[in-house]
Write a protein that binds this ligand. Structure first.
Ligand code: ZN
Length: 453
């Protein structure tokens, strides 16, 4: 009798172990690859994803009226903006008159149409048209005292410029970019193996409060864009640091650095970056953003509190017109129930489904997709373990990783000679090593939403 019981226990134990191993190594999910522009992986059933219906979050947003700016100076390709031209602030973005800008860059502007040689840009509707290509403007076509204005972020995209904010002098420089994002065709994803790159803990505080860091992040985005690599960004919408008495709410503050930060997010979006939410403040109680947790079995644990966190974050994104496509709970700490609630708002949950299924892509019956990061992250600035895995990855391994973009800042130098935005990465650059690793091993980086392209 005792022997039988032990035997049974043995079987149960080995089955449990096997189950753990199978899910840990995700034997059944298949290899993720791209063929003819489409992402394929056994674990993802696209018709199941199509069934997903998110909760409608229809927040009423009322932005303050546009107002003239007086305390910020501008240079455009080295020439100071004349006193007669009055920049505006609207919706946490700076604006300049289109007529003035288009003249400067040899375009004509008439009846909401910008023209230069064979380029026609139609600004009539909410979605703008660049020849045949549609473009979702980061700002709006703003009419103020019968003059049309355009946001700095849209100037960057439409005229192939990069704009640098300088918080020391409270000045803004519009520079030429060596990239032509405006006229680039949106090419389908190239054939290859799937990888995902995520920049973690991006917030208007700490490292990226500084406008110099913001400009360096633009350089990183350019570098990825140039290499045809898509990237993802987890954004913490509200930076809180109780010890330093900082609570930076982007919907209420008009600070120069915050406007610079939003302009940087716009630039990342226009460089093939996809943004997602990483909690609302990524902290609770006395802890700081990005250090503390926000969704755990003790933090914001009731359904109502969990919803409040998610909805506050979505409200901020909507207020600032920053489209967000996925959610990642701070430190992956959300409970099963909190993840279920997150899934009502976001189809793409950019974190492991559970401890047991830590490295597998998991699609739920509601059409949610959990995207883990089996490649882990850059620890101690050492990329070697990641590069090794890219070179010889285990079967069915999802090459998905994250790292903190603040780590990269020391390796970038910016030059603005001849009014050209020209970054240089030194040989220690983590980003350049990763880009090389992806390319040499035939990896194509994708967005979470590409799983259903
Ligand atoms: Zn985080």
């Amino acid at each position: 009798m005792k022997k039988k019981l032990l035997y049974l226990l043995g079987i149960i134990l080995s089955l449990a172990c096997l189950y753990g191993v199978i899910f840990y190594f995700s034997f059944f999910q298949g290899d993720a690859y791209i063929k003819d522009g489409l992402v394929h992986v056994n674990a993802v059933k696209k018709d199941g994803l199509d069934q997903y219906k998110p909760i409608q979050t229809d927040y009423k947003i009322s932005l303050p009226e546009a107002r003239p700016l007086s305390d910020v100076s501008f240079t455009i390709l080295g020439t100071e903006l004349p006193n007669t031209i009055k920049p505006l602030l609207y919706g946490k973005r700076y604006y300049l008159p289109i007529n003035y800008i288009s003249n400067l860059f040899n375009f004509t502007y008439q009846n909401k149409i910008l023209k230069h040689k064979d380029i026609t840009i139609n600004l009539t509707n909410k979605t703008w048209l660049i020849n045949e290509k549609s473009y979702n403007p980061r700002g709006i076509l703003l009419n103020y005292n019968n003059i049309d204005y355009i946001s700095l972020s849209d100037i960057e995209y439409l005229f192939n410029k990069t704009i640098i904010f300088d918080d020391e002098h409270k000045s803004i420089a519009i520079l030429n970019s060596s990239l032509n994002k405006r006229d680039a065709k949106t090419l389908p994803l190239k054939d290859g193996k799937v990888a995902l790159l995520r920049f973690e803990d991006v917030t208007a505080g700490s490292s990226f409060e500084s406008t110099l860091s913001q400009a360096k992040f633009k350089a990183m985005a350019d570098s990825l864009y140039k290499n045809n690599l898509r990237f993802n960004v987890t954004w913490i919408p509200r930076y809180v640091n109780p010890e330093k008495k900082i609570d930076n709410d982007l919907t209420t503050s008009d600070s120069f650095n915050n406007i610079g930060f939003i302009n940087m997010l716009d630039y990342l979006i226009n460089s093939n970056g996809q943004i997602g939410l990483h909690g609302y403040t990524h902290q609770a109680g006395d802890t700081s953003s990005a250090v503390g947790s926000e969704l755990t079995k003790t933090d914001n644990s009731t359904d109502a509190e969990t919803r409040k966190v998610i909805e506050s974050a979505i409200y901020t994104a909507n207020y600032l017109n920053i489209p967000v496509y996925f959610f990642e709970s701070p430190h992956y700490h959300a409970t099963a129930n909190q993840k279920k609630i997150i899934g009502e708002y976001f189809q793409y949950q950019y974190e492991p489904y559970s401890i047991l299924e830590y490295t597998a892509l998991i699609q739920t019956s509601n059409g949610n997709l959990f995207i883990p990061t089996p490649l882990s992250y850059v620890k101690n600035r050492d990329v070697t373990p990641i590069l090794k895995k890219l070179k010889s990855s285990p079967p069915n391994f999802l090459a998905s990783m994250f790292y903190h973009p603040s780590l990269e800042l020391d390796y970038i130098t910016l030059s603005t000679n001849n009014n050209l935005f020209k970054p240089t990465f030194n040989e220690s650059s983590i980003l350049q090593k990763l880009i090389k690793g992806f390319k040499e091993n035939d990896y194509i980086t994708i967005h979470p939403t590409d799983f259903n392209n």
